[in-house]
Design a protein around this ligand. Structure first.
Ligand code: NAD
Ligand code: TYD
Length: 360
């Protein structure tokens, strides 16, 4: 094996942050396998495009031949699986792609990784890792008084997205239990930060605010999410990859529970300071729209296990992270423009028209 890792989905939001950091920190070579769906963007990797430690491979995790060739050619010591369809609203409109990539794709990837791992020598076999990146959404929804999700919580996924992620987590678990594949699974809360695709709440609100468009809040805005700055998620994955116990799962979160309304108010207040409007506040653009079907009320992560066992802690608070995020979007209008001028418009039109808003 070489000091090389394979990352899948490394052109997406979290994957590109992970790959950029890995290469810039000189941690070794990364083979980045990505299908480049609507969510994959090579611009996220522009800063490392000429770096010999980054090799991009345009392929599907479900393409057995491509994965087999890539593993044979590069002899990685680990595979980190970020590749997925990741947007709950899209999973409600069309669950098929979620089953295809998150369930069937992960299965094919696991099969090829199992074959590669099975042929390694004894020492390499012990050292190899397959790290599967999952979500807190597999645990279902909490009431206001429930304790935060622990690794021991039962899986109760409620959306096609979370059900497909739960299925992939179960496959990963089974490949460890049955075949001994050295797997690790991480379940993380909502991420935010640079390169976040502007159909998700935080980048969508920043973009719409600056365009003078409505800021759509589903339902009454009381749903709670537990926000984690993306580079804190990346540092947690690095810790789990290096020192996590094989076969275990680790919850990753920032102890930052906020209602959606709080998040949007905070974004408006920062924008009012950084880029004030001629008149009034960005808060004036807030509009309440028809709720998401089956909308989970609250997610909260208990990150005690990773803190205790691996000594990981987030570096950012919500206040520092959200300021950095707004400043990043203000400094990268071209990145946002390149996304929002294309196919993006069709999704926005479809998703918000049925909620009674014209946003395209
Ligand atoms: P994203 O949608 O921004 O990026 C997904 C990437 O995977 C894209 O580059 C896309 O092109 C690629 N991809 C999709 N299908 C593929 C396939 N069949 N083969 C190869 N590549 C494919 O997603 P993200 O927000 O960066 O999330 C990454 C992972 O982290 C996902 O597994 C997601 O479930 C998980 N996660 C995300 C969050 C979050 O808040 N965004 C929180 C917890 C867990
Ligand atoms: P999202 O970013 O889609 O992440 P997830 O559904 O995976 O948590 O949404 C975060 C929260 O914001 C969720 O409760 C839904 C809500 N939301 C809105 O209120 N308005 C929007 O336009 C979007 C995209 C999300």
């Amino acid at each position: 094996m070489k000091n090389c890792i394979v990352v899948t989905g490394g052109a997406g939001f979290i994957g590109s942050n992970f790959v950029n950091e890995w290469v810039k920190h000189g941690l070794g070579k990364v083979i980045n396998l990505d299908k480049l769906t609507y969510a994959g963007n090579l611009e996220n990797l522009a800063e490392i495009q000429h770096n010999p430690d980054h090799v991009f491979v345009h392929a599907d995790i479900g393409d057995r031949e491509a994965v087999q060739k890539l593993l044979a050619a590069h002899q990685p010591r680990a595979v980190v699986n970020f590749a997925a369809e990741s947007h709950v609203d899209r999973s409600i409109h069309g669950p098929g792609e979620f089953i295809e990539t998150n369930v069937v794709g992960t299965f094919h990837l696991l099969e090829e990784v199992r074959a590669y791992w099975g042929a390694l020598g004894a020492t390499d076999k012990t050292q190899f890792r397959f790290l599967h990146v999952s979500t807190d959404e597999v645990y279902g929804s909490l009431s206001a008084t429930d304790p935060a999700f622990k690794e021991t919580n039962a899986y109760e996924p409620n959306s096609p997205y979370s059900a497909s992620k739960a299925a992939s987590d179960h496959l990963v678990r089974a490949y460890h239990h049955t075949y001994g594949l050295p797997t690790l699974t991480t379940n993380c809360s909502n991420n935010y930060g640079p390169y976040h695709f502007p159909e998700k709440l935080i980048p969508l609100v920043i973009h719409n605010a600056l365009q003078g468009k409505p800021l759509p809040i589903y339902g009454n805005g009381s749903n709670v999410r537990d926000w984690l700055y993306v580079t804190d998620h990346c540092s947690a994955i690095r810790r789990v990859l290096e020192d996590g116990t094989v076969g275990e799962t680790y919850n990753i979160g920032g102890w930052n529970e906020k209602t959606n309304l709080d998040v949007v108010h905070t974004l408006c207040d920062i924008l009012d300071q950084e880029q004030p409007k001629a008149q009034g506040s960005y808060r004036d653009q807030i509009t309440f729209v028809v709720d998401r079907p089956g909308h989970d009320q609250r997610y909260a992560i208990d990150a005690t296990k990773i803190e205790r066992e691996l000594g990981w802690k987030p570096a950012e608070t919500f206040e520092t992270g959200i300021h950095k995020t707004v400043k990043w979007y203000l400094a990268h209008p071209q990145w946002v423009n390149n996304i929002t001028s294309g196919e993006y418009k069709n999704w926005v039109s479809q998703n918000y028209k049925e909620r009674g808003e014209e946003l395209a």
